[in-house]
Design a protein around this ligand. Structure first.
Ligand code: MFK
Length: 552
């Protein structure tokens, strides 16, 4: 008799997610949570049902660039996949950006917005990329308060009407530097009709956007990031032609293959300075803070999707006489993944809360410092976890996890970008160092961790409290001990940053576990916190730099 394996199924992504439910119960005001529950469940059903099915059907559709029409005109049209077209409309309708800007619920608006995205994005083939940049552009225009640009672009970027909704690009990367953006070569020239840009952008994500924020050096300006200015660009002129932009080709990438990522030449691209003619990198920072927060949340929904599929499959796959879900070693593996996914979920949402407080104008000095440090820590820590976790999830399917038409390998390929774009792990570790050195943010993080731990009373959580305290103490001592040793601090920056990120995750998970015990949400998060301790929090090691040099 032939045997056919049943594929993994998804349940409603809201109903099936006990961690999300307990988090929202703890964080959102009760009336808001109750009022929104129907919408959350609706998105959870869409995500697990029609969108997931569409995603599997759409697997082989990738964006196509047409540079020339039949009569030789340069057109540079990008056709995106059917699911992406649907995702654009859905994003507007469901308020996936707008919810944060309508500010109906003060700082909770951000938590609300990201809860919506968390439920649905894993079924939208990384449409989160244009949405993240759209959100970042809206925030940047607000922060820099350019009235004319706000009047023109903000209503579109935050529209709930698909016919008026715009997305934005974030064009930073050039051939000279993805990390060292100060090397940007694009020049801005002022002519009688305004500013034009001239140069090459080497990676532009989601190039179908109607507008972009980008960096260029006004002629005569000095080198480095200070000499750059931030410009607003609309990709098409009113008559429909491209705005001095030609698209060379789409990148042939490992993952995020539904995202049209292009190389562009700007030659006479009309642009408007957003905020003066210098300090472009500083002015772009609010965009980076938003997109890096999206990145951390992207790790949370990617990890949750991988784990949901692996967990369901474990109940369907029988080996050696029993379902995998009854095999102690498989249970151990899934439990380890759940602990990591829980930690990274809470760290990503903590970054969201702080962003929300900052934007609503209710963040304390302390919280502003914390937001500056926690954002890169969340981005870099969750990025590494998402890659490891999705790799493990694929292994849970054995050979099926390595076969494309199961729809599983794409989970890993799409996760891999999370530690690369928006700043690599190393670049973000150095950013975290700068935040600690310049702005005293480590003390703010210490106070945050103490505040989380002060909630904890249950004896089962004692090892978690001790592990966090020991890691934080070690981090502080290591930094003090290496004062004056700039190369040593730089070499150890990633170990330091990951230690702080993991310590923060464990502190958040431990205090959430206590809350769950106190509020009838069960002992599951206690087990997750205890498990995270075993995975290790403190990664700081005294590594001899000369030894490292000898190895490369
Ligand atoms: C779900 C997925 C969603 C995500 C989708 C996104 C789509 C992907 C698109 C991309 O990947 S776009 C490309 C992303 N590229 C990067 O993220 C660049 C990575 N490199 C860095 O972040 C470097 O650290 C940086 C370019 C910022 C270093 O440049 P500099 O010139 O050495 O910057 P410097 O001197 O440290 O900072 C300049 C100013 O900006 C300083 O202010 P002051 O002038 O007042 O001193 C800094 O404090 C400020 N600044 C820099 N980074 C900041 C910041 N302020 C706040 N937050 C930050 N993170």
């Amino acid at each position: 008799m032939s045997f056919f394996q049943a594929p993994p199924q998804l349940g409603n992504t809201y109903d099936d997610d006990g961690l999300l439910k307990s988090y929202l119960a703890r964080t959102l005001p009760e009336d808001l949570r109750r009022a929104e529950e129907g919408h959350l469940r609706h998105l959870g059903a869409l995500s697990a049902g029609p969108l997931f099915e569409a995603q599997l059907r759409d697997r082989l559709n990738e964006p196509v660039l047409t540079q020339w029409d039949a009569w030789g005109h340069r057109v540079d049209q990008i056709e995106v996949s059917p699911l992406w077209k649907e995702a654009e409309k859905l994003s507007a309708r469901e308020g996936l950006v707008a919810t944060a800007y309508e500010q109906r619920n003060g700082w909770h608006s951000r938590v609300h917005q990201f809860a919506l995205n968390y439920l649905v994005q894993a079924s939208l083939d990384v449409y989160s990329c244009p949405l993240a940049m759209t959100d970042g552009a809206a925030r940047t225009l607000l922060a820099l308060d350019n009235r004319a640009l706000l009047d023109r672009a903000l209503p579109r970027l935050t529209s709930r009407d698909p016919s008026t909704f715009w997305t934005s690009g974030q064009w930073m990367t050039e051939r000279t530097g993805g990390s060292d953006v100060g090397l940007t070569q694009t020049v801005a020239r002022q002519g009688p009709e305004g500013w034009t840009l001239h140069g090459v952008k080497w990676f532009t994500s989601a190039t179908t956007a109607q507008m972009a924020l980008t960096l260029a050096r006004p002629e005569g300006n000095g080198p480095g990031g200070k000499g750059l200015a931030l410009f607003y660009v609309e990709t098409r002129l009113p008559e429909g032609r491209m705005n001095g932009i030609s698209i060379h080709r789409l990148k042939d990438k490992l993952g995020t293959r539904k995202v049209p990522t292009a190389e562009l030449t700007l030659e006479g691209c009309r642009a408007i300075p957003v905020a003066g003619l210098s300090d472009g990198i500083r002015n772009m920072a609010s965009m980076l803070n938003v997109t890096r927060t999206w990145n951390a949340m992207g790790c949370a929904w990617g990890a949750r999707r991988a784990l949901a599929l692996a967990r369901d499959y474990a109940t369907r796959r029988v080996q050696f006489g029993a379902p995998l879900s009854e095999k102690p070693l498989h249970v151990d593996t899934l439990a380890g993944m759940e602990a990591e996914a829980s930690g990274l979920f809470l760290l990503a949402f903590r970054a969201v809360e702080l962003l929300g407080k900052m934007e609503a104008g209710v963040a304390s000095e302390q919280e502003l410092l914390l937001q500056r440090l926690l954002t890169p820590l969340a981005k870099l820590t969750t990025g590494k976890q998402a890659v490891a976790l999705t790799s493990e999830a694929l292994e849970c399917f054995g050979g099926a996890g390595y076969v494309e038409d199961t729809g599983l390998p794409v989970l890993l390929r799409d996760a891999q970008v999370m530690s690369i774009w928006e700043g690599t792990t190393n670049v973000l570790s150095l950013d975290a160092l700068r935040a600690m050195a310049k702005e005293g943010a480590l003390e703010a993080l210490g106070r945050e961790v103490d505040a989380q731990l002060s909630q904890v009373r249950d004896g089962a959580l004692r090892p978690c409290v001790e592990a966090v305290q020991a890691a934080m103490e070690h981090a502080q001592m290591w930094l003090v001990g290496n004062m004056g040793n700039a190369a040593g601090v730089e070499a150890g920056a990633r170990r330091l940053a990951l230690t702080l990120g993991r310590a923060c995750e464990l502190a958040l998970l431990t205090s959430h576990a206590q809350w769950c015990l106190d509020n009838g949400h069960g002992p599951r998060t206690v087990a997750a916190a205890r498990r995270l301790v075993h995975h290790g929090v403190d990664l700081i090691r005294d590594v001899d730099l000369d030894d490292s040099r000898a190895l490369v």
